[in-house]
Design a protein around this ligand. Structure first.
Ligand SMILES: Nc1ncnc2c1ncn2[C@@H]1O[C@H](COP(=O)(O)OP(=O)(O)OP(=O)(O)O)[C@@H](O)[C@H]1O
Ligand SMILES: [Mg+2]
Length: 288
């Protein structure tokens, strides 16, 4: 009896959470007709946003030209990841708009809009299932075994996968094994490679990766960026020195836009961030 009561209690808790999700409103669009999405210039025009009354992003304006790399840097909590959420349309800006080729973001069908973006998130959650299912999650077409292996090699995850007891069929998540943050991110990179969308959003992991995993991830990302319009949120200045434009965010909005050299010279915050990074790298080198 006592075991039964405990299990009813825990099921009750879990069921409440499931119903919470089932009762959530579906994402609905009010538009009668949609504009055709087209690949082109992404334009943030005076975008502001806050999750509640407190404004997090203030009056953000910048442009992203096709086939270039835009990097976003700034202190923790200024709203870098939030900017990606707005791009993906998880939230709508409170002021201002985002345009693609001059067309307002909200005039483009949500499903089509999202299909244009590949997103490698900061924490790369893993789903319960096999490694293969995790890589193929959300991919609408059929992927052959050869392609899966080719892509995994490009994303530098093939080697660690084949070392696991069941290779690509190894179970992950609750009943399966755990993998490291760096390995999770490489699985997300493989998924993004398979998706092959024109826009690529990369949110660099903040968790301290060791230098070796960092180099492996950097190599995988470089392959991913090729031929794409990329926006990368960087926590290490060393990874974005060649970006076409770097946007420095602070709590008052954009504090500067330019190349690495231009910002080092003109932008105090960027200069400080670069110095902090440099010191952290030196510390890493002298670690016993
Ligand atoms: N879903 C949410 N609901 C309410 N507040 C949120 C939510 N997500 C983030 N925030 C808050 O918004 C602010 C910006 O968060 P965000 O994750 O965009 O920062 P960030 O610049 O990506 O930081 P980091 O460099 O640490 O990743 C933070 O104060 C955070 O607590
Ligand atoms: Mg973030």
């Amino acid at each position: 009896m006592s075991r039964f009561i405990t299990s009813v209690q825990s099921t009750k808790g879990a069921t409440e959470r499931i119903f919470d999700i089932l009762n959530k409103k579906e994402e609905k669009e009010k538009l009668a007709s949609f504009e055709n999405p087209s690949f082109g210039i992404l334009d943030f025009k005076n975008v502001s946003f806050g999750y509640d009354e407190k404004t997090i992003l203030k009056n953000i304006s910048f442009q992203v030209i096709p086939n270039t790399v835009t990097a976003i840097v700034g202190p923790s909590g200024v709203g870098k990841t939030t900017l990606f959420y707005l791009l993906e349309r998880f939230y709508t800006p409170t002021h201002g708009e985002i345009f693609l080729n001059g067309k307002p973001q909200l005039n483009i069908e949500l499903e089509k809009w999202r299909s244009m973006f590949s997103y490698v998130s900061q924490d790369c959650p893993i789903l319960v299932g096999t490694i293969k299912e995790n890589i193929l999650y959300g991919i609408q077409r059929k992927v052959s075994e050869e392609e899966l292996i080719k892509i995994s090699k490009l994303a530098s995850c093939h080697d660690f996968i084949t070392e696991l007891p069941n290779g690509y069929d190894t179970k992950l998540g609750e009943r399966g094994i755990n993998i490291s943050g760096g390995q999770k991110q490489r699985i997300a990179i493989a998924r993004a490679l398979l998706r092959n969308a024109p826009f690529l959003l990369l949110d660099e992991a903040t968790a301290n990766l060791d230098t070796k995993s960092e180099i492996i991830i950097k190599e995988a990302m470089d392959k991913l960026i090729y031929g794409k319009t990329t926006i990368v949120i960087a926590h290490r200045i060393s990874t974005i020195q060649n970006a076409d434009q770097i946007i420095v965010l602070d709590k008052n909005g954009i504090s500067g836009i330019g190349t690495h050299e231009q910002l080092l010279e003109k932008n105090e915050l960027y200069h400080d961030l670069a110095n902090q990074n440099h010191k952290a790298e030196i510390n890493e080198c002298v670690k016993p």
